[in-house]
Design a protein around this ligand. Structure first.
Ligand SMILES: [Zn+2]
Ligand SMILES: [Zn+2]
Length: 266
């Protein structure tokens, strides 16, 4: 069985490949498309998202978005429901109004900065700052799970802390367990991300033991390539295949926010 890759970008945001080419590469291995929301002038409104959904779905693609947790403007419930799935991901946090971007750490984790140490390590030497970054990250994910109603948390343990070295030392176990429980309790899948190679094995094992769902995300911006690192992460953590999403959301409609609840008819 080949796992479905939910996290693939196109030239509708910062990917380099057209929707048409993505529709063709589905034959190589199953995948959807999930462009950034928001993205510059192209993905800013409900109408932009619905047009993207319509054009991609007409090519036979499964269609999601990568909703930028903590900064994306709200989308209508009907827009979110019309998508096949919604990935929520954190790319920065704000502390006292100051933006802490994750981009340099991301480029480092993706191997785009060459070999050698993470050049911003000194910025994150303070344990208090790291703790606040992790707290803000968890709050952004919580907002995505509880208010936006995301289906998947994209690259869940990607923060500058992951670029500092041993993630099991950088991420307190208690923080990891809160993140896992937040996802498991709501039926939100934890993404195994090929590009950043997160989460680390110990996190995935904890998530597996708690009964969490998972999702494959290559985070491809260029050609579709083999998921070697993902396969290795899945093997090392012994993640059961049946716990992976297959291009369809598992969160029941009534589990997502703002849907009419059966108990509220009184
Ligand atoms: Zn991302
Ligand atoms: Zn992405």
């Amino acid at each position: 069985m080949r796992l479905f890759d939910h996290h693939v970008h196109t030239d509708r945001s910062d990917g380099r490949v057209s929707l048409e080419a993505r529709a063709r590469s589905v034959a190589e291995r199953p995948h959807g498309v999930s462009d950034h929301f928001p993205y510059r002038e192209r993905m800013r409104t409900d109408d932009d998202v619905l047009r993207y959904l319509d054009e991609a779905a007409r090519l036979g693609l499964r269609v999601g978005i990568e909703y930028d947790l903590g900064v994306a403007p709200p989308l209508r419930r009907s827009t979110l429901d019309a998508l096949h799935y919604v990935i929520g991901a954190v790319h920065q946090v704000f502390l006292d109004g100051r933006r802490i971007g994750f981009d340099v750490a991301g480029a480092y984790l993706k191997g785009q900065l060459g070999s050698g140490p993470f050049r911003d390590a000194a910025l994150f030497a303070d344990a208090g700052l790291r703790r606040r970054i992790l707290q803000a990250t968890l709050e952004a994910v919580r907002d995505g799970v509880e208010r936006v109603g995301i289906d998947i948390v994209g690259h869940p343990t990607f923060t500058p802390v992951a670029a500092l070295g041993d993630p099991e030392a950088g991420y307190p176990v208690e923080w990891q367990e809160r993140l896992i429980e937040l996802c498991r309790g709501a039926g939100v899948a934890i993404e195994v991300n090929e590009a950043y190679r997160v989460p680390h094995t110990a996190f995935l094992v904890r998530a597996r033991d708690r009964g969490a769902l998972f999702s494959v995300g290559s985070d491809s911006h260029g050609e579709i390539s083999p998921l070697d690192r993902t396969d290795e992460m899945i093997r090392e953590a012994r993640l059961p295949r049946e716990r992976f999403l297959d291009g369809r959301r598992r969160r029941a409609h009534h589990d997502r926010p703002d849907a009419p609840s059966a108990a509220s008819s009184s």
